[in-house]
Design a binder for this molecule. Structure first.
Ligand code: DX5
Ligand code: ZN
Length: 220
């Protein structure tokens, strides 16, 4: 069985109590903290930046997985690396030079990944597999938490799983959007190993109960 990772998205956390929220969700068994960065330009919403990443860093003993939904991409990468990000992913169509952006992330000491919206073709993977530590497949259109999982994403996950296995490289395959206890196993069967969940976790009072139930689904 692959190593499965649960990455709660703090987009659905209570921002007025963010330190406590991240401590609680890590104590509840989170493997990563998923950190959604939206710029009101690439996506129609505005969220949090490097200052907030730096503020939560001392409260989090697991990797911080920064999902950049911003355009342009490069300018903000060193700031997130300094703020304590461990992994930085971006949308290829938001970068003028994908290879350069991936290298920039690595030069700043972080792991690097590409994110694919439901309508973004996978050909962006073609020449950069050797620079990837993660591929993130969006199962909703980016911008908001609490949307419904788009089933078509399962085919895309399966296709990326095939490409990763073929490459022989150690690349995480993350899925983001509408993941819940009820559908996490289907995403795993398609080939995902890392699961972002925002509203499914932070929308319930007992984070550990949700994460445990997700792990139980993955263990079957
Ligand atoms: C959407 C974000 C997601 C979002 C997931 O643009 O990238 O990470 O927070 O939230 P849920 O799990 O509620 O769909
Ligand atoms: Zn995200």
């Amino acid at each position: 069985m692959p190593t499965y990772r649960i990455a709660p998205s703090i987009l659905s956390a209570d921002f007025a109590r963010l330190g406590e929220e991240v401590r609680n969700v890590v104590a509840a068994g989170a493997d990563f903290i998923h950190f959604d960065v939206m710029d009101n330009h690439y996506v129609p919403n505005l969220t949090i930046g490097p200052l907030v990443c730096e503020a939560i860093r001392p409260h989090v003993q697991v990797p911080i997985d920064v999902h950049l939904m911003v355009k342009p991409v490069d300018r903000i990468i060193p700031d997130f690396a300094k703020a304590g990000a461990n992994l930085i992913t971006f949308h290829p169509e938001a970068s003028e030079h994908i290879d350069r952006s991936l290298q920039l992330i690595r030069d700043n000491g972080c792991k690097a990944g590409l994110v694919f919206n439901p309508g973004t073709p996978l050909h962006y993977l073609d020449h950069v597999m050797d620079k990837l530590d993660m591929v993130l497949i969006m199962s909703v259109n980016p911008g908001f938490g609490g949307q419904s999982f788009i089933p078509e994403a399962l085919k895309k996950i399966a296709e990326v799983r095939r490409r990763i296995d073929e490459s022989g490289r150690d690349i995480l395959l993350e899925v983001d959007g509408g993941i819940k206890i009820e559908n996490i196993a289907a995403a795993a069967r398609a080939g995902a190993d890392t699961f972002v969940a925002g509203s499914a976790i932070f929308g319930k009072p007992d984070y550990k109960a949700v994460i445990d139930a997700m792990r139980a689904e993955l263990a079957q």
